[in-house]
Design a protein around this ligand. Structure first.
Ligand SMILES: [Zn+2]
Length: 258
C-alpha cells in the first residue's frame, strides 16, 4: 500500500523524501484560480520517480453548477489539468464532486457531470484518470451524501470514472466511516485513492477542517480500518507541515499492517 501526503508543488519529490512518502499529491496551478497549468521543469523527474503522483484540481472547478460562467470554464480547466497531469505521470486527477446552487435541481447537476465526460470524450478523453472526491458540506452537493453519490454514478456510469474517498469529508458530511468502503464500492465499484484525514469538527457538521490522526474527532482506529479495507493508495492532507504529516504517515504504517 502506497502512503503519502499532499505537499507544496515547489519540490514534490523532496517533500516526499522528507516525509518518507511513497505517494504525493499537489496542485499544478493556484487552487483558487482559473489559470491553466504551466509546464513543469521537473516533469521528467516526476514521471521517472518511484513515487506515485496524484494531482488535485483547483477548488474553483464546479462542473455541476447550472451557472454557465462557472460550468463552462470548469470543464475546460478540468480537461487542461488532466492533460498537464499526464505530463508528470499522474495516476489520478482528483476533483471535488461539486454542487448546484440553492433552489436548483441537483438532477441537472448530475447531468452536467455526464456532459462533462461527454465533452472530454469529444476532445479525445481525459489524459489522466479523473477521480471524483466526496465533499463535506452543502445541501445541494453531488457527492456529499451517498444517496446523491449513487445518483451521480447512475448519470456517469457509462464513462470510466474513478473515486477518491476523503475520511474527513465523509465524517463531516454525515456518512458513517464504519463499513464505508463496502458502501462506496456498492455504488462506484471502486476506490482509487483514500484521503486519510481526521476532522476538527463533529459528525455531520458539514465543515471541512482536516486534523492530524491523533487530534481530531474521529477515532484513529476507524481511519486505519478504512485504509485497510480500501486497499488503495493513501494521501494524508493533514496539517502540521512535514512533521505533522510524517507522524500521520508513520501512524498508518504502524497500524494498517497489524
Ligand atoms: Zn481530500
Amino acid at each position: 500500500m502506497r502512503i503519502g501526503a499532499h505537499v507544496d508543488p515547489t519540490d514534490p519529490l523532496d517533500a516526499a523524501a522528507i516525509r518518507k512518502a511513497e505517494a504525493v499529491q499537489f496542485f499544478l496551478a493556484d487552487p483558487q484560480g482559473w489559470k491553466a497549468p504551466e509546464p513543469r521543469a521537473d516533469a521528467e523527474q516526476l514521471r521517472a520517480a518511484d513515487v506515485d503522483i496524484f494531482i488535485h484540481a483547483p477548488y474553483v472547478i464546479n462542473v455541476a453548477t447550472l451557472n454557465n460562467r462557472i460550468r463552462i470554464p470548469s470543464r475546460k480547466l478540468l480537461l487542461s489539468h488532466a492533460t498537464a497531469a499526464a505530463t508528470v505521470g499522474a495516476k489520478g486527477l482528483i476533483v471535488h464532486g461539486g454542487h448546484v446552487s440553492k433552489g436548483d435541481d441537483v438532477a441537472v447537476g448530475f447531468d452536467n457531470w455526464r456532459k462533462t465526460f461527454a465533452y472530454a470524450a469529444e476532445h479525445g478523453g481525459f489524459a489522466t484518470p479523473v477521480l471524483i472526491e466526496n465533499t463535506a458540506g452543502g445541501d445541494y452537493a453531488c457527492a456529499r451524501r451517498f444517496d446523491a453519490l449513487a445518483r451521480l454514478w447512475d448519470a456517469i456510469g457509462e464513462y470510466e470514472v474513478g473515486f477518491c474517498l476523503d475520511t474527513c469529508h465523509a465524517h463531516a458530511g454525515g456518512e458513517e466511516l464504519l463499513n464505508i468502503v463496502d458502501r462506496v464500492k456498492a455504488i462506484t465499484g471502486r476506490i482509487d485513492l483514500i484521503h486519510a484525514n481526521n476532522s476538527k469538527d463533529g459528525f455531520g457538521s458539514g465543515r471541512d477542517r482536516h486534523d492530524n490522526f491523533e487530534h481530531g474527532m474521529i477515532d484513529p482506529d476507524l481511519l486505519v480500518a478504512v485504509v485497510r479495507a480500501a486497499d488503495a493508495p493513501v494521501v494524508v492532507e493533514t496539517p502540521g507541515g512535514a512533521d505533522g504529516q510524517s507522524a500521520d504517515i508513520a501512524y498508518l504504517r504502524d497500524h494498517v499492517g497489524g
